[in-house]
Design a protein around this ligand. Sequence first.
Ligand code: ITT
Ligand code: CA
Length: 495
Amino acid sequence: MADQREMKEKSPWHRPLIIFITVLIVLAIIALVTTAVVQNRTLQKYKYGIVLDAGSSHTAVYIYEWPAEKENNTGMVQQKHTCDVKGKGISSYYTSVEKAGLSLRDCMEEAKEKIPTWRHRETPVYLGATAGMRLLRKMNETLSDQVLSSVEGFLQVYPFMYQGARIISGQEEGAYGWITVNYLSDNFHRALPTIGALDLGGASTQITFVSRREVESPENSIHFRLYGNDYDVYTHSFLCYGKDQALKQALAQQLKPGDTQLHDPCFHRGYNQTKTWESVTGSPCVSAQGSPASPPHGNFTHLGTGNAALCRSAVRRLFNSSHCQWGRCSFNGVFQPPVEGTFGAFSAFYFVMNFLNLTSATLEDSKEKMVQYCSRPWAEVKLSYPSIKEKYLAEYCFSGTYILTLLENGYNFTSGKWSDINFIKKIGGSDAGWTLGYMLNLTNMIPAEAPDTPPLPHAGYVTIMALFSLLLTALLLLACKLFSRPACTQSKQII
Ligand SMILES: O=P(O)(O)OP(=O)(O)OP(=O)(O)OC[C@H]1O[C@@H](n2cnc3c(O)ncnc32)[C@H](O)[C@@H]1O
Ligand SMILES: [Ca+2]
């Protein structure tokens, strides 16, 4: 018996088997470590980017974050934080330009706290100004340059990587809004049908969508190649058709020279406010359109009459359909193909329709509800919504009517197409707006061609790790058994 055991121990196969198992163990450990390292290489570290949206009504600071080295993987960039700058938009500082930069202080200090200090130097900061600054530039280019220099000087002092402050074009604003909503919906990467973008600001409004028809006017046509797919996009930005400037246009159209009172169907019965002529006629959107040769100074009393039908007629007059040099137009002679696919409608489209509870209503129901809402007395409205800013509250009858008219009569969203419009504020935690698309574009984070897929899908990674772990355990057990055998044999012999 002892001889037999001795023979086994001295078996010529014993030593190679141990070497073989040792090699296997080493290989399994290497495989485990490599898989873990490759898969998790970059998961933990985040990078950041800051975009300032210098709108006509206010400025907002957006902080975005994404996992480092996963910049080209779709859906990776997310909104980490937003900060609303106190006060009005930067264009309102044209009388004391140095205050434009200073107005950004609180939000920029907040950005310093939100982003880890060691990332500050490599965090890009972009400021894009929209329609308010476009209008200021129209009135006085020197002043708009001074406002931009003021914000530039202020932003450059921060430890971030300053990348410029500029007025973006209406075409860019539309296109970047479209990129944002489709990036957040993951439509590019999955080659899904895209969604159109409808943005209603204070001074301009944008419509952007993919059209299968030819875009006849070159200034409305943009071509993108993203993640290996081609997109022919129609876009147009209507300056002076944001809701604040549209209201000024509507007021100017109803005011006759020398009027001291304006009876306005778009404001509630009982609404009574003294306003300056200058607040209406001082806008380039009004003076440019041959409005009343009005006294530049003085006041008028703005009185509400609360009549939705009359309001609708007044608003319709803002859209000129008398001329069109193209196959088809939206309004004011601007080419537009028929609307196609679904749309995300954000900014004031959302604020107003959400307040009026119309985000899921049909076009007919929306019109009916506006009739009821506009007829409510101002005193009752104020009592019903004590927490809503009075300026917004006073204007919802006008704003709701304006939105329905712009969408139906301007862009031609008929009753049948109404449900294609989704009134949205955010998509998956990030705001819908042009800022994300702007940053993605400037940092080249959306490649023209589809990037390489990650080494392993998550399920594959887990399976491989589990298999290697099992194999390693089995090998260790086997090795333990083999290595411990002589000792066991010896102890038995002693007994
Ligand atoms: O794009 P531009 O035209 O430059 O303007 P903006 O960027 O400043 O415009 P916003 O989208 O921030 O806001 C659009 C309008 O909606 C107004 N607004 C913001 N919040 C609102 C709310 O809760 N209810 C009603 N109106 C609101 C705001 O004053 C503007 O007139
Ligand atoms: Ca805006």
